[in-house]
Design a binder for this molecule. Structure first.
Ligand code: HEM
Length: 465
C-alpha cells in the first residue's frame, strides 16, 4: 500500500498559525478592532485577516500538506514549495496588516504595501494550490473527498483574487476596474468564500475522513455525503456570482447573500446528521481530547449557521451579525482547528519518535503524549471566551468583549504550551524517551527515508494512535 511521508514543514505552518492567533487575540484584548472600532475600519481588518489568513488559513494549509497525501495515498507533489509558500504567505500577511496600518494612520508608509501584500498572498496560496491540486489529480478517478478539497481551493482562489482587487482599490490603484463597484458590495461574498468555502467546506471534507479514523466509525456511503458537497457547492457558486455580478453591471443584493447562506445551512444540516451518525456508530467509545474539544465547535456551527441567514435577511444590527460571524470563525473553525491540532501534533510526534521503534521496546500510546486533564482546562477557557465574546458582541459590550478575549488568549496560550510539551515528549517518562539527538525538533519533522515513520491510514486508525 503506497504511503505518504511526514510533511517536513507542517509544524512550522502550525507554529506560525498559532503565533498569529495569539497576536489577534492580544489585539482584541487591547481593544483594537471591532467593537471598539467600526466593522469596516482598518483596525478591524487587521484583526480579521490575522485570524482568517494568519491563523485559520495557515493551520489549514499545514494540515492539508500532511493529510492530503495520506488520504489519497500518493506522495505530496512539489514538496520543495512548502517553505517558499509559507514565507510568501507570512510576508504577504504582514504587508497586508502594514497596509491597513497605513490606512489607520498608525504608520507612515506608501499605500502600495496593499497590492504588494496581495502579490505575496497570491503567490503563497498559488503554491499551496499547486502542491495540493497536483497531488489530488494524481489519483483517477478523482474521489469525493478530493472534490471537497478542489472546490475549497477554487473558493480560496476567488477569495484571494477579490481580496487583491480590494487591496488595489484601497491603494488607489483600482483604475483598471473602471466603473465596476466591487466595494462594499463584494465584501460579504469575499468573506463567505473565504470562511464558508476555503475553510468551511474543506473542514467538512477532511472531518469526514479523519473522524472515521479517530473514532473508528463506519465511513458513510458517498451517496449520503454527496448532498453536502452539492448544496454547499451551489451556495458557493452563488457567492462567486455575487463577486462577478458588478462586472456584468448587476448589483448583488442582500437576497443573494441570504440565498447562498441558506444553501450552506442545508449542507451543514446534512453534515451534522452524518457527524451524529459517526458519533453513534463509533467503535472507540471513549472520546479523546481532540473529539471532546470539537463538541463545542459543532454547537457553535449549529447556532451560528442557522441564525446568520435570518439575521442578514432581517436586517439585524452589525453587533448581532458580527457576533454570529465571530461564533462561526472562532467557535466552529477556530475551535475545531485547535482541537484537531492536539491530535495531529501528537500523532506526527509519535510517528516520528516511536514508529521506528515499534517491536523494539516500550512505546507509549499517542494519547500519552498529551497532558490530561490540564489540556482540557485550556479548551474550557478558550470556549468560555468564545461564548462570552459572542454574547458581548451581540449586546454591544466593548469592555465585556475584551475580558472575554482574555479567556480565549489564556486558553490558546495554554494549548500552545501543551503542544510544545508534546513535541518535547515532556509527558513521557525519561526512560521511555529516545536519546536527545533522536528526539523530534520543535518546528521541523524529521524525514528519514530509512525509518518506517511513513503515515498511512491504517496507522491513524490503529488502537495505539
Ligand atoms: C481566508 C481568507 C480571507 C477571509 C476569510 C477574509 C475575510 C474578510 C472580511 C470578513 C472582510 C470584511 C471585514 C470588515 O469589513 O470588517 C475582508 C475585507 C478585506 N479583505 Fe479579506 N479575507 C480573506 C483573504 C483576503 C486576502 C488574501 C486579501 C488580500 C489579498 C484580502 C483583502 C481584503 C481587503 C483589502 C479587505 C477590505 C475591504 C474594505 O473594507 O474596504 N482578504 N476580508
Amino acid at each position: 500500500m503506497p504511503t505518504a511521508s511526514l510533511s517536513r514543514w507542517t509544524m512550522s505552518y502550525f507554529a506560525a498559525a498559532l503565533a498569529f492567533l495569539l497576536a489577534a487575540e492580544a489585539l482584541a484584548v487591547a481593544g483594537i478592532g471591532y467593537p471598539a472600532a467600526g466593522l469596516a475600519e482598518p483596525a478591524t481588518l487587521v484583526v480579521v485577516h490575522l485570524m482568517a489568513i494568519g491563523w485559520l488559513s495557515l493551520a489549514m494549509a499545514g494540515a492539508l500538506l500532511q493529510f492530503v497525501p495520506v488520504l489519497v495515498s500518493r506522495p505530496l507533489a512539489f514538496p520543495a514549495l512548502a517553505l517558499p509558500a509559507l514565507l510568501s504567505l507570512v510576508t504577504g500577511l504582514l504587508l497586508l496588516c502594514g497596509g491597513f496600518a497605513v490606512l489607520a494612520g498608525w504608520i507612515n508608509a506608501p499605500l502600495d504595501l496593499l497590492p504588494l501584500a496581495a502579490a505575496g498572498l497570491l503567490v503563497g496560496f498559488a503554491l499551496i494550490g499547486l502542491m495540493l491540486g497536483a497531488t489530488l489529480f494524481n489519483v483517477r478517478p478523482v474521489t469525493l473527498f478530493s472534490r471537497f478539497i478542489l472546490l475549497g481551493l477554487a473558493c480560496l482562489a476567488a477569495t484571494v483574487l477579490s481580496g487583491a482587487a480590494f487591496a488595489a482599490l484601497l491603494a488607489g490603484r483600482g483604475g483598471w476596474l473602471g466603473a465596476v463597484a466591487l466595494l462594499p458590495d463584494g465584501l460579504p461574498f469575499h468573506a463567505l468564500l473565504g470562511f464558508g468555502g476555503w475553510l468551511g467546506l474543506i473542514a467538512f471534507g477532511v472531518s469526514y475522513k479523519l473522524f472515521v479514523m479517530f473514532m473508528m466509525a463506519p465511513e458513510p456511503p458517498a451517496r449520503r455525503v454527496l448532498p453536502v458537497m452539492l448544496l454547499a457547492g451551489l451556495g458557493l457558486a452563488l457567492a462567486s456570482g455575487g463577486l462577478v455580478a458588478p462586472f456584468a453591471g448587476f448589483e448583488p443584493g442582500t437576497a443573494l447573500v441570504v440565498a447562498a447562506l441558506g444553501l450552506l445551512v442545508l449542507a451543514s444540516g446534512f453534515y451534522g446528521r452524518d457527524m451524529l451518525a459517526l458519533y453513534r456508530g463509533r467503535r472507540r467509545k471513549a472520546l479523546e481530547i481532540n473529539m471532546l474539544g470539537s463538541l463545542p465547535a459543532f454547537a457553535a456551527l449549529g447556532l451560528g449557521i442557522v441564525l446568520l441567514p435570518a439575521a442578514v435577511a432581517g436586517g439585524a444590527t452589525d453587533g448581532l451579525i458580527a457576533a454570529l460571524v465571530f461564533l462561526l470563525a472562532l467557535g466552529w473553525l477556530g475551535g475545531l482547528t485547535l482541537a484537531q491540532l492536539v491530535k495531529i501534533v501528537s500523532f506526527m510526534t509519535w510517528l516520528e519518535t516511536y514508529a521506528p521503534r515499534l517491536g523494539r521496546g516500550p512505546a507509549p500510546r499517542v494519547g500519552d503524549l498529551v497532558a490530561m486533564p490540564r489540556t482540557g482546562w485550556w479548551f474550557l477557557s478558550y470556549y468560555a471566551g468564545v461564548a462570552g465574546g459572542g454574547a458581548a458582541l451581540a449586546a454591544g459590550g466593548a469592555t465585556g468583549f475584551r475580558w472575554a478575549m482574555l479567556f480565549c488568549l489564556a486558553g490558546t496560550a495554554g494549548i500552545v504550551a501543551e503542544l510544545a510539551r508534546v513535541r518535547r515528549l515532556s509527558e513521557i517518562k525519561a526512560a521511555d524517551r529516545p536519546v536527545a539527538q533522536e528526539r523530534p525538533r520543535m518546528l521541523l519533522a524529521r524525514i528519514d527515508q530509512r525509518s518506517p515513520s511513513h503515515v498511512d491510514s491504517r496507522r491513524i486508525a490503529s488502537p495505539r494512535a
